[in-house]
Design a protein around this ligand. Structure first.
Ligand SMILES: *Cc1c(COP(=O)(O)O)cnc(C)c1O
Length: 420
């Protein structure tokens, strides 16, 4: 198949068969990619983006045209009144925290309707941790509604939302849970139910890993505020760091007062040369997400053909770019991650080993041969060494590159006598 990598014939044949199975899904993905690419392109054109928007500011960053126009392009793409796209959001968690602290006030209640949120939000909300200055420390109340059979519990949402609830919060992606991610139509239904009970409620969506997976975004179906990381989907693999918040103008203003200071808001913030990368990243994002989705579908089809349980299945509808494989034992997880690493463009010569990681209660083995440290729109795999021995895979800036990594992962397992 290729003179550049050594892959067992058996894996090559399985890979060809997996490709055939993926054809229909690939066609669907291509259509979504095209729709979203044109959406982004039209937004650039609408706002007359030119080379002058790539200019850099320093110091206070007053009147940074590139920064201000990027917010407008972003708002157009996500169907919102305004947006806040900044390189000094250090990660997704920081971006989400800024939005939460930006709009919630002492005595307000936040209601998460997708079960317990992503791990890193626990300290932000005050579900765990003490004295760190969480929302809880500032008198913000928190309640959550568990999922029911892995889906939104619409009845429970209807019963829980009343005038005492300031914010309904949803997490679109499954994160590291074996549940399906939310589809935008499900988010729409939750919005409709929540606003019928309390028209003033603010619906916020953690949009991490979800951008450009479907034609609509949560903000197109009534969410008031969405936020995500730029080293995931929306940065297109080009943004080197950063995050975004998009939504209602009054809410974005509050988020900006939190991100800088009350009074200064969006008026300050030097862009230090990042504008061009952010524009280019947004431009590439629909395509990068399409490639990541194709990679996930292929990996799912390939490993299913070997007899492993994969979620989602290759032909399932997807709400995010995350793929998990139940590899059944620690040795297989390690072989898989080492195979992925071997094929990566960066750090291919490193051998990932299981390690104690902060915030995990078991050792974790990770494969990440990425251009941007920690970027998960680039192909990456991580696997906590604990039951049910799942590898979590996301990203793939281009399908061909991710495909060979998946084949090398299978090859490593085969070589060690682990492949079913
Ligand atoms: C990645 C992610 C976050 C934020 O994580 P960071 O590592 O801080 O960028 C939050 N929620 C979900 C669902 C995520 O996938």
């Amino acid at each position: 198949m290729t003179p550049f990598f050594e892959v067992d014939k058996k894996i090559e044949i399985a890979s060809e068969q997996a490709m055939k199975k993926c054809a229909q899904q690939f066609e669907n993905i291509e259509k979504t990619t095209e729709y979203n690419q044109l959406k982004v392109q039209a937004a650039f054109i609408k706002h007359n983006i030119s080379e002058s928007h790539f200019c850099s500011s320093t110091g206070y960053g007053y009147n940074d045209r590139g920064r201000d126009a990027l917010d407008k392009v972003w708002a157009t793409v996500f169907g919102t009144e305004d947006a806040l796209v900044r390189h000094n959001f250090t990660c997704g968690t920081h971006t989400l925290a800024t939005a939460l602290f930006g709009v919630l006030r002492p005595g307000d209640k936040m209601l998460c309707v997708t079960g317990t949120p992503y791990d890193t939000l626990h300290n932000v909300i005050g579900i765990s941790g003490n004295g760190m200055g969480s929302l809880k420390d500032f008198g913000i109340l928190y309640e959550e509604i568990p999922l029911k059979n892995n889906r939104l519990d619409y009845n429970a949402i209807k019963n829980a939302v009343d005038s005492s609830v300031k914010m309904v919060y949803l997490q679109r992606s499954r994160g590291y849970e074996l549940r399906p991610s939310l589809l935008v139509e499900e988010i729409e239904k939750a919005v409709r139910i929540s606003k019928a009970e309390n028209p003033n409620v603010i619906v916020m969506v953690d949009n991490c890993y979800g951008e450009f997976v479907e034609r609509n975004e949560p903000s197109d179906v009534g969410a008031d505020l969405i936020a995500g990381s730029l080293i995931k989907n929306a940065g297109g693999g080009i943004a080197p760091t950063g995050g975004y918040i998009a939504g209602r103008k009054d809410l974005i203003e509050k988020c900006a007062y939190r991100q800088t200071t009350p009074g200064l808001g969006k008026e300050v913030g030097a862009t230090l040369g990042h504008n061009r990368e952010f524009y280019m990243g947004l431009f590439h994002a629909p395509h990068a997400v399409g490639e990541a989705l194709k990679s996930a579908v292929f990996i799912s089809a390939l490993f299913e053909s070997f007899g492993y349980k994969t979620t989602p299945a290759y032909d399932d509808k997807r709400g995010d770019i995350v793929q998990s494989l139940e590899l059944e034992n620690p040795e297989s997880l390690i072989a898989f991650c080492q195979g992925v690493q071997q094929g990566s463009p960066i750090d291919s010569f490193l051998t990932p080993e299981p390690w104690d990681m902060p915030g995990y209660d078991s050792k974790v083995v990770m494969a990440a041969g990425t251009f941007t440290l920690g970027s998960t729109i680039e192909l990456s795999a991580d696997a906590p060494i604990r039951e049910p021995y799942c590898a979590w895979i996301q990203g793939g800036l281009n399908f061909h590159s991710a495909k060979i990594c998946a084949m090398l992962a299978a090859h490593q397992m085969l070589e060690r006598g682990l492949l079913k």
